[in-house]
Design a protein around this ligand. Structure first.
Ligand SMILES: *Cc1c(COP(=O)(O)O)cnc(C)c1O
Length: 393
């Protein structure tokens, strides 16, 4: 819960661990695996959890605790746990909360590795899933079984930037007594706070916009304290904790989240508007373009459209290849949410493990291009893309 009346930007900067005896201004890095006890009684009471005490960095560390406190304030959450990667957060959240035999109801359009977890790993523990289509929320009820425990979604989705009506899923989850878990990585808490729409837990890959400079792998889950306690108990045994150094970097990154995201979003909107006018482009999707089919929903649940723009190049895979080969400034990479703009070809990279059928169902055509718009000057970003589009046909 928000501890104070401060605004988002202020919490992002002012939530800080207790100062040491040096009275340092900026938080130090506690590169230590363990912590010492004052005496025998302190040791006993700490292990008995009679006091809130840092014991061992697999359980908690001042740097990860600072990061968790910040993200909790940003999302309006009661508690959280920080992980070594976004996927460690996704895996541990489900593994901690679900019994063997449980069923997950998930949006079909989810991050590739999460899909691989549902299809390739969880069946080992008899945890099954059913995918629902974002356009088909009316038929959700038909998909729940007596074993369904969780409804799971991402919004905006990767790579098609489609939206899920979070309020509707929140109401549905409450009505059917399901846990509602949202991967909020694409929006960040600055643009969208799923707990307000009824989510019980929010998961982030800190690797993307939260760090925003392509330096660390990190993940975090925040939300209801009773659920986080179960996740904490699972994680302190199984060991996916975030390193103090990465927690420190990420906490520094969050100080500038608001101003970075503002620029990412204004650059992305300008690029989307530019692409809409180009003859080599079949269609463009960006949540805050009035042509986006869910523009009204975007304005209802997001503050701005995020950093990802999707478009389809005319001329399919062949034109796509020429386009990618002609890019000079932007990076050809599979990452996103970096200060450096990135162009990705989902069909041959992030979603190459999907079958042709699964790709079609996820709206990934051979000519689909995903751009993670960075913080370079927008004129330079547009110049590079414009040159590449000219060479694509
Ligand atoms: C990248 C990503 C993840 C996984 O995060 P890692 O830090 O790479 O493990 C999960 N969900 C979404 C939406 C992502 O973009």
């Amino acid at each position: 819960m928000k501890k104070d009346e401060n605004q988002f930007e202020t919490d992002a900067i002012r939530i800080q661990m207790e100062r040491s005896s040096f009275l340092e201004h900026s938080s130090p890095i506690y590169m230590t695996s363990s912590f010492v006890f004052e005496d025998a009684e302190d040791m006993r009471a700490s292990f008995a959890e009679e006091k809130d005490r840092t014991i061992y960095s697999r359980y908690a560390n001042p740097n990860s605790s600072e990061l968790i406190d910040k993200v909790c304030a940003m999302e309006g959450a009661e508690a959280g746990f920080a992980f070594a990667s976004g996927m460690a957060a996704v895996f541990s959240t489900f593994a901690a909360l679900l019994e063997s035999g449980a069923h997950i109801l998930s949006a079909r359009r989810i991050f590739g590795s999460t899909h691989s977890l549902f299809t390739g790993v969880f069946p080992k523990w008899k945890i099954s899933h059913t995918y629902f289509e974002l356009e088909d929320l009316d038929t959700l009820e038909e998909l729940i079984t007596p074993a369904t425990r969780v409804i799971y979604a991402e919004s905006p989705t990767n790579p098609g930037v489609d939206l899920v009506d979070l309020g509707r899923l929140g109401d549905f989850a409450k009505k059917h007594n399901l846990l509602f878990i949202v991967d909020n990585c694409f929006a960040t808490p600055y643009l969208q706070q799923p707990l307000k729409f009824g989510a019980d837990l929010v998961i982030h890959s800190g690797t993307k916009l939260m760090d925003g400079q392509g330096r660390v792998l990190a993940g975090i889950t925040v939300g209801r304290a009773d659920l986080i306690d179960k996740i904490y108990r699972f994680a302190r045994i199984s060991g996916p904790a975030l390193s103090p150094f990465n927690a420190w970097l990420l906490s520094r990154s969050l100080e500038t989240l608001a101003i970075r995201i503002d620029r990412h979003c204004s650059n992305a909107l300008k690029l989307a508007e530019y692409l809409e006018k180009q003859k080599q482009v079949n269609w463009v999707k960006y949540p805050f373009l009035p042509s986006h089919p869910q523009f009204n929903l975007a304005r209802k649940q997001m503050k701005a459209g995020g950093c990802v723009v999707a478009f389809e190049i005319s001329g399919g895979a062949e034109a796509g290849k020429k386009f990618f080969d002609a890019i000079e400034l932007l990076s050809l990479s599979a990452n996103l949410g970096d200060s450096r703009s990135i162009v990705t070809h989902p069909a041959s990279t992030t979603h190459s493990k999907l079958s042709e059928e699964e790709r079609q169902a996820s709206g990934i055509s051979p000519g689909l291009v995903r751009i993670s718009v960075g913080l370079e000057h927008i004129d330079d970003i547009i110049r590079d893309i414009s040159r590449a589009l000219d060479k694509s046909c």
